[in-house]
Design a protein around this ligand. Structure first.
Ligand code: AMP
Ligand code: GLY
Length: 428
């Protein structure tokens, strides 16, 4: 089959790398791509926001399946446009993508379907939001309703801070995303991520992971898109995964279908493992980045065939095999991230991949603009995802950092403790 993959991050490099290994793939195109993706796919000049140009390209090039990497085009309705043109698509329609596009939508769905999650109030008025704070205890969890590039959540220690944060949100800090806010009960526990593919009816569990959101070692400092991750997440035991499927994923899929907005694609559940059991923090309508990099490193099955079955509504009976090994990825970012990253810094990958590690490209570019000439430079916040496997987190971590040390990237930085919680548990 012929595939078009949309996106340009480390997540999409991992997807391109896995798709390129699929025996069922004849031609793999990607847009806009990056120099890493160019090693596995033919880059084409398309903007994921230009729906008409994508349909035209797919028709002219006999594309059988479009794989949408990031959330924005899905929330924007790209999958509807592709399906209307009879092009199989991996990713949900606009209505179902509201699971990520509107936090209030997801909270209301959880309420209707009795899915365990934090208690909440949803409102479009600053006065009502401020008044609602009285119904919660500190710390206060405040969320802009819409897409805010992972930055729309504020955890405020006291009432004063919470009121100020609400004023900022309604004042336009997150643009349109903050026109409505969700205030939530603070949940205590350890976070973990669970992935499942669904065609709207059948559900295929697709692995677990944990990531490190904060920029600083020991999980301190501002939030980022993720500074590293590993899979599987041992805290998400088989029993807990069964509960997540039963209490969270299944009712979500069934309710969306019953309400006329069947979900097709990957469901990424951010979970809090509380004393009362797993509770949903949020849904994303795409793979995690960098969680995808560790999932794809472990995946043994034909990704293209699985995605096509999902897109065609034929997921029932399909299996996915993952290596039992742990995969761990370390994000190398450009100095300044998550603020303004330093662009243009030279990168020499050296012998990083020689001992079996895999370097996925995120924000990289070639300094001459062409992917087959010039030198590799940094071109974004998160730049490289250095990924290795091992029998457990401790071993995968050691191998990943061995590879990181082979890379010369003077204007970059990384956390040297990815996986620390699990390494500590394994050492006990
Ligand atoms: P989100 O973008 O919704 O995943 O939120 C970002 C981060 O805020 C999460 O990964 C959690 O660390 C934290 N968070 C969000 N909601 C809650 C909550 N209700 N209780 C505690 N922490 C939360
Ligand atoms: N790593 C977190 C995310 O992809 O949302």
């Amino acid at each position: 089959m012929n595939i078009l993959l949309l996106g340009s991050g480390g997540r999409e490099h991992a997807l391109a790398w896995a798709l390129a290994q699929s025996p069922s793939v004849e031609r793999l195109c990607a847009a806009p791509g990056n120099p890493g993706i160019a090693q596995n796919a033919e880059l084409v000049d398309l903007n994921p926001g230009d729906h008409a140009a994508i349909v035209e390209f797919c028709t002219a090039n006999s594309i059988d399946l479009v794989v949408v990497g990031p959330e924005a085009p899905l929330v924007d309705g790209l999958a509807n446009v592709l399906r209307a043109a009879n092009i199989a698509t991996f990713g949900p329609d606009q209505a179902a993508a509201q699971l990520e596009g509107s936090k209030g939508f997801t909270k209301d769905l959880c309420e209707r379907a009795n899915i365990p999650t934090a208690g909440y109030v949803r409102t479009a008025s600053l006065d009502a939001a401020k008044a609602a704070l009285a119904r919660f205890d500190p710390p206060y969890v405040l969320k802009a309703d819409g897409l805010a590039a992972g930055k729309g959540v504020v955890i405020a220690a006291d009432l004063e801070e919470a009121q100020a944060a609400l004023e900022d949100m309604f004042g336009g800090q997150f643009g349109e995303a903050g026109a409505e806010v969700v205030i939530e009960e603070f949940m205590q526990g350890e976070e973990a991520s669970f992935f499942a593919l669904t065609d709207g009816t059948a559900i295929l569990p697709f692995g677990s992971a944990q990531d490190h959101k904060q920029v600083g070692e020991g999980d301190v400092g501002p939030n980022t898109g993720g500074m590293g991750a590993y899979s599987p997440a041992p805290v998400l035991t088989d029993d807990l995964q069964a509960r997540v499927m039963e209490e969270i994923i299944r009712p979500t899929v069934d309710t969306l279908r019953a309400e006329g907005m069947p979900y097709s694609g990957v469901l990424y559940a951010g979970l809090m493992l509380t004393e009362q059991g797993p509770k949903l923090i949020e849904y994303n309508c795409r793979f995690g980045d960098p969680e995808c990099q560790v999932l794809m490193t472990r995946l043994q099955s034909d990704l293209a065939a699985i995605m096509m079955a999902c897109a065609r509504g034929e997921l029932a009976g399909v299996d996915a095999d993952f290596a039992s090994d742990t995969a761990l990825t370390v994000v190398m970012a450009a100095k300044g991230y998550p603020g303004t990253p330093e662009k243009g810094g030279a990168i020499d990958l050296g012998t990083a991949e020689e001992a079996g590690a895999k370097v996925f490209h995120a924000g990289t570019a070639m300094d001459k603009g062409a992917v087959d000439e010039g030198t590799l430079i940094a071109n974004g916040g998160r730049v490289l995802n250095v990924t290795a496997t091992g029998a457990n987190v401790t071993q995968a971590q050691a191998r990943a950092y061995e590879a990181v040390r082979q890379i010369d990237f003077p204007s970059g930085f990384y956390r040297s403790d990815i996986g620390w919680k699990e390494v500590a548990r394994e050492g006990r």
